[in-house]
Design a protein around this ligand. Structure first.
Ligand code: NAI
Ligand SMILES: O=C1O[C@H](COP(=O)(O)O)[C@@H](O)[C@H](O)[C@H]1O
Length: 247
């Protein structure tokens, strides 16, 4: 059955990947502070996610929220991540609970755990002979303030699940690129997420049943230091791409 889905950050790259494959699969309401370019698959609300009134209005009649909006730069300064990523995410979770939304999928990041990539582990952990693996049960270990903001978003999700009854899945997205994995970048190849696997993963977040989860969002790359077992088990994520199959 089609569900009513609110997609924040719809005008960005991850939003583009999701809507590229799923435009006809659900009833979409799109939110971004940047106005749309071209035709959209649903109502487009131009709003900032830190504007509580606008976010509450956008939640009306919504079953599921995919929350992407935020500053995606690993080098983003504290004032930006505090406003866009932490305050904005709290505003979205709070409005979702108030509106009786069932589930929220939160775009977390590999950078929430970037500091596990210590000097003694790298670059081996990016290569197939190495078996170092993070599975989503480890504590956050950010290597920058952007990663801190994503860990904060995951913790907000934990609170809104435990105390406010929301189903929440946090996707620690790897490196999304269109058509092929990053070139000459071993780390990016190990955490590549293809556009079609990205769309499929978020489709599973819309359709699956869960309580509170943290999963990694990468394709089925030969070398991976993030496990996708939890995404497979809980969401029935079945990726089709593998960075090793590209030159
Ligand atoms: N692209 C990637 O490989 C990865 C992305 N992510 C996360 O996924 C999400 C989406 O990332 P991308 O699509 O790559 O970034 P993007 O910059 O292409 O898209 C983000 C969108 O959010 C909007 N936005 C930002 N702050 C906003 C605010 N306060 N109110 C309303 N709209 C706002 C922007 O206008 C933009 O359209 C981000 O939260 C990012 O941290 C996480 C890991 C990897
Ligand atoms: O969270 C994010 O991660 C990806 C991959 O990180 P990078 O440091 O290897 O580039 C990044 O491209 C994206 O912009 C960011 O939001």
């Amino acid at each position: 059955m089609a569900q009513s889905v609110l997609l924040t950050g719809a005008a960005g790259r991850v939003g583009d990947a999701i809507l590229g494959d799923l435009a006809d699969e659900h009833e979409w309401r799109l939110v971004d502070r940047d106005p749309p370019t071209g035709e959209q698959p649903g109502e487009f609300v131009v709003a900032d996610i830190t504007d509580g009134d606008a976010v509450r209005a956008a939640m009306d009649g919504i079953d599921v929220v995919i929350h992407l909006a935020g500053d995606p730069r690993p080098e983003a300064p504290w004032d930006s991540v505090l406003t866009n990523n932490i305050d904005g995410t709290q505003t979205v979770f709070e409005a979702a609970v108030d509106a009786g939304v069932e589930k929220v999928a939160f775009a977390s990041s590999n950078h929430a755990v970037g500091a596990y990539e210590t000097d003694d582990r790298t670059p081996d952990m990016y290569r197939t002979h190495d078996d170092y693996l993070l599975d989503g049960t480890e504590l956050p270990r950010p290597g920058n303030l952007y990663g801190v903001s994503k860990a904060a978003g995951e913790t907000l999700g934990r609170y809104y699940h435990d105390e406010r009854g929301l189903s929440v899945v946090c996707i620690r997205i790897g490196n999304l690129t269109e058509d092929h994995p990053p070139i000459d970048y071993e780390r990016g190849q190990a955490m590549w997420l293809s556009y079609r696997d990205c769309a499929h993963l978020f489709d599973r977040c819309i359709r699956a049943e869960y309580g509170y989860e943290i999963v990694y969002g990468i394709s089925d790359n030969d070398r991976k230091y993030y496990s996708i077992d939890r995404a497979r088990d809980v969401l029935d994520y079945q990726p089709r791409d593998n960075s090793a199959e590209h030159d």
